[in-house]
Design a protein around this ligand. Structure first.
Ligand code: KIV
Length: 289
């Protein structure tokens, strides 16, 4: 079923046709995994803008406003410089552009690690200003008290273990995690600590298949892999990677399109028409209804 949008010019709101299903909730996502099994895998993609959200929303369970927007949208070298202001602005746009998916907004580096109180203030701001359903934060056992603090105060938390890109300066790069037995065991313990603290779901990034499976089997809440294993309870990808917007993509990403080539090709054809003065006049492009 394809969804189209009609622009309400008085509000600039694009209304979907057919009318959307009810928005999913965090408890509905949590309950997808019962007794260690997830009958219906969870579909999650990143979204940063209202229009992108409109296009992805009918197909997804969760839209993640990832701090990867630092690199993807703003050309930053990592997610470290991303601010709460940026996350709030993009989070609000994605909520405005979606009707069905649960919208989760990433807490950026430096806005939650210092104390549970700091995390609560940042997360509450994101919930109030964006209308999102919950937040995601990176880190394992060290963040468990913060996860408990937030969930006990009305803020749903998605965890993120394995490769945690905000820690790039400690890790020294974006290489796969869990290569030694001790590191693999630590990733499983991290996920268990977050689940015990009340995380409703956990992203596991940059780990080999056996670790992704071990994490999935170790915790009662859904585990969402990013290329880890088809046996995770759900999958997430950065939408621009999946669409082929960039030349370089992580090894685990499947490209479903080559959007970068399509945009570049369209711009080249437009440029050629302008330069050769064959750009069509209004009488050729305007189609009266
Ligand atoms: O920021 C992000 O896009 C993410 C996903 C890769 C899970 O955290």
């Amino acid at each position: 079923m394809s969804t189209t949008f009609q622009l309400d010019t008085s509000t600039s709101r694009a209304n979907p046709t057919p009318a959307p299903m009810k928005r999913l909730t965090v408890p509905a996502i949590r309950q997808r995994k019962q007794g260690g099994l997830t009958a219906e895998p969870i579909v999650m993609l990143t979204a940063y803008t209202a229009r992108q959200a409109q296009l992805l929303d009918p197909h997804c369970d969760i839209l993640l406003v990832g701090d990867s927007l630092g690199q993807v949208i703003y050309g930053l070298p990592s997610s470290v410089p991303v601010t709460l202001d940026l996350m709030a602005a993009h989070g609000a746009a994605v909520v405005r552009g979606s009707y069905h998916s649960v919208v989760i907004v990433d807490m950026p580096f430096g806005t939650y690690e210092a104390s549970p109180e700091q995390a609560f203030a940042s997360a509450a701001r994101l919930l109030k200003e964006t209308g999102c359903a919950g937040i995601k934060l990176e880190g394992g056992e060290a963040m468990a008290p913060t996860v408990a603090f937030l969930t006990q105060r009305g803020i749903p938390v998605m965890g993120h273990v394995g490769l945690t890109p905000q820690a790039v300066n400690v890790l020294g790069g974006y290489n796969a995690r869990g290569r030694s037995e001790a590191e693999a065991a630590k990733i499983v313990r991290d996920a268990q600590a977050l689940a015990d603290a009340g995380a409703f779901a956990i992203v596991v990034e940059g780990v080999v298949e056996p670790i992704a499976v071990a994490v999935t089997e170790a915790v009662p809440c859904p585990v969402i892999g990013i290329g880890g294993s088809a046996r995770c309870d759900g999958q997430v990808l950065v939408t621009e990677d999946m669409l082929g917007m960039f030349e370089r993509v992580p090894r685990f990403v499947k490209r479903y399109e080559a959007i970068g080539d399509i945009i570049s090709g369209a711009a080249a054809r437009y440029a050629a028409e302008v330069r050769s003065r064959t750009f069509p006049g209004i009488e050729q492009t305007y189609q009266p209804k």
